[in-house]
Write a protein that binds this ligand. Sequence first.
Ligand code: ATP
Ligand code: MG
Length: 378
Amino acid sequence: MILIHYGEIGIKGKNRAVFENCLVRNIKKALGNEIEKIYREYGRILVKEGERANYEMLKEKLAKIPGIENFSFAYEVDLDIEEMKKIAMEIAKNEKFSTFKISARRSNKEFPYSSMQINEIVGEEIKEKLNKKVKLENPELTIFIEVGNKKAYVYKEKYSGIGGLPVGSQGKVVALLSGGIDSPVAAWLMIKRGCSVVFIHFYNESLVSSPKKVEEIIEKLTEYQLSSKAYFIPFGTLQYEIIKNVQSKYRMIIYRRVMTKIANEIASMEKAKAVVTGDSIGQVASQTLENIHCIYDASDLPVLSPLIGMDKREIIDMAKKIGTYEISIKPYDDCCSFMVAKHPATKASLDKIKEMEKKIIFGIEEIIEKARTKQYSK
Ligand code: ATP
Ligand code: MG
């Protein structure tokens, strides 16, 4: 039996059922044939694994589903203290330890023993029969007992999930995804917070034959999101248009404004409610507060930048943890080198930018028409 605990969705009042159903749907989708039955009980989700379950694989998949706080592989027993004793003993016999504790939780108040009494009764058994010592703080072994409505669950280990909220419970956003380190982490944080993320990637089709690396990043993020949609937008012509018409130090700002406008249009097609970027204050020239002001001004929708207060070191650590870092550091020329100025403006003025931008003629619909879309699923 797999016992799944969720964190924040436990406290959402009336919406609770909606959140829980969303999480149940996502678990089903992620585990597919691995499971026989799934149902929810107050405060937990219970999954009956298939007979030939691969526990390593289950562990890996569950550890990637947003909304799961922790999970355990548990023995299911009848609501009988003798049964609990028996299974706890069996678990303990197979472990090497000298100190232990029992940690019982009773959500079913009909059960005649309190949590404290369960701890004492089961603890006494192990202490006497195996000659071990009870230690309440930092014991070498903890055996958990949860008393549910119809059954009780006994287990020894809690595996951490990523927390957050179930994907699909918070609406849709579009994320501007480059081939870099930062934007995949930004998109991941939005997925973790329960948003459905549609990816948008711009590339120079005369430099990049196919944005393979970005596809790989999306595949990795789809392990968390479970299904994804992406727009790949050839952008070479427009890059050259910007190079032709704009002084080098302002090119990046105008380039990003144009990307932002197109992202807004795609968001409206997708009914998404925000644009996500991987910006972090001051990290590169286009991310000074003045330039962020100039860039985000091009968006009607809110621009969300979940990395805004993070250091590069912290972003890299997170990228490694989620598995995008190794893909992001592969070489990739998505952007013409003329776009990147030697001395970019760090304090652009919005009026000046808007004036220069008038020279750039482009049709948003036309550009979107050239986009290739792709669906991913886990
Ligand atoms: P990243 O590591 O995400 O590329 P960065 O620190 O290198 O970020 P920039 O390259 O200036 O900074 O990009 C800032 C943000 O603009 C990115 O995080 C991303 O959201 C968006 N962006 C940049 N280039 C592209 C692109 N080719 N396609 C889509 N979005 C992009
Ligand atoms: Mg970049």
